[in-house]
Write a protein that binds this ligand. Sequence first.
Ligand code: SAM
Length: 258
Amino acid sequence: MAAGSAPPRVTTHRFFLPPASFSAGQVQFSQEASHQIVRVLRLRPHDEVIALDGTGLEYVVRLEELQPIVIGDISEGRANQAEPQTHVTLHLGMLKAAKLELVLQKGTEIGVSRFVPMLTERSVAAEPGAARQRRFDTIVREAAEQCGRGRIPEVGTPLPLSDALTQVTGQKILLWEDERGTGLGDLPLDAGAPVDLFVGPEGGFSPTEVALARDAGATPVSLGRRILRAETAAMVAAALVLAGVADLGGDLQARPEP
Ligand code: SAM
C-alpha cells in the first residue's frame, strides 16, 4: 500500500451475486454492484465488503480491482447467521403495487422466506407484469442485503387461492377477521416446521373462500378485535409466528455469535 494512502476499511456493505461470480477465491461483481461500489459508496482498493451467493453462505471480500468491473479476493467464507430457522410463506391477496412492495420489504426484514400473491374473489389489483415482477425481486434483494440475511426470499407469480392451498405442505394458517374462537397466539407452532400464512385482500376473504381453506386443512385465526389493513395484518402475523418460534426477539443465546 502506497505511503500516505488511506488505510483499508472493513465495511458491512453486502451484495448478493449470482453463484457464477464466485471462482478460485475471487469474486467478480456485477455491473450494478460495481457501479454501487465505485460511484455511490466510493470504496477504494483493499476495502472489504460482504458478498453472498444466495445459498446462505457469505464471503468477506477484499477489493482489488475497481475498473472496468470490481474484482476482489475472498479472505473468509462463513455461514450467514441471520436466516430464520422457520420457513414462513406469506400468501397475500393481491394488493395495489405500493402496498405489496411495502409487505415485500418489511416481510423480508421480519424473516419471511417466500411471498405468493394470490388471486381471490375480492382482489382488486391487477396481476403484475414482467417489469413489476422484476421490481419485486429487486425490493426483496435490497431488503435482504440491508437487514443482513443470507438468502433472498422468493416472490412467486400470482396463484388462485385454491391452487395456493393445495400446493403447500406447511401448517396452513388463515387470517380471518370474523374468527371468534382461535387467536393466532393460541396455535402451537413447532420451531423449524414450515408455516403457510394466508392473508386476504383489502375486501377480505369471502365465506366460500374461508370454507375452501378449512376443507384444505387451514386453521382460521384472529389477530384480535381490531380490523387491520391487509398489509398490516400480513406483517403482524409474520412477526408473531417468527416470535412464536423464537426467531424474532427470541432466544439469542441459541444463535452463535455473528
Ligand atoms: N373484510 C374486511 C372489511 O372489509 O371489513 C376487512 C378485511 S382486512 C382489511 C384484510 C385482511 O387482513 C383480511 O382478509 C384478513 O386476512 C386480515 N385481517 C385484518 N384484520 C384481522 C384480524 N383482526 N384478525 C384476522 N385477520 C385479520
